[in-house]
Design a protein. Structure first.
Length: 113
């Protein structure tokens, strides 16, 4: 089973979900905007992704600037910002077992299959 942090209004997120469904994969959707992950969950997923917090953020989102965040901000500050403002989380994120990927492009999700 793949847990899928999903935003149904995002075409990239819908494309990744369609890819999984076309392959017959069991998916547990997490609508992360209405069911935001905690800072601890963000830390855990970040570790599975193997990236810095900044790499799982939508840095071009106006909210990133409004909150006066920067690429040099401490990890904990960026993680807290994503927990408080889940719209800052890059989407989609697919998670299975001890691995995760950001599904941009959607084909990256195939590495989990």
């Amino acid at each position: 089973m793949i847990t899928y942090w999903h935003n149904p209004r995002c075409s990239k997120s819908r494309a990744g979900l369609a890819l999984l469904q076309d392959r017959g994969v069991e998916v547990r959707q997490r609508l992360y905007l209405s069911d935001p992950p905690s800072q601890e969950e963000i830390r855990q997923v970040q570790a599975l992704l193997g990236v810095e917090a900044i790499d799982m953020m939508r840095v071009k989102d106006p909210l990133f600037t409004e909150l006066r965040l920067s690429r040099d901000a401490p990890e904990a500050e960026l993680q807290a910002a994503m927990a408080a403002h889940p719209a800052l989380i890059e989407r989609p994120i697919a998670i299975t077992g001890d691995r995760a990927v950001i599904g941009r492009p959607a084909e990256r999700i195939e590495t989990l299959l």
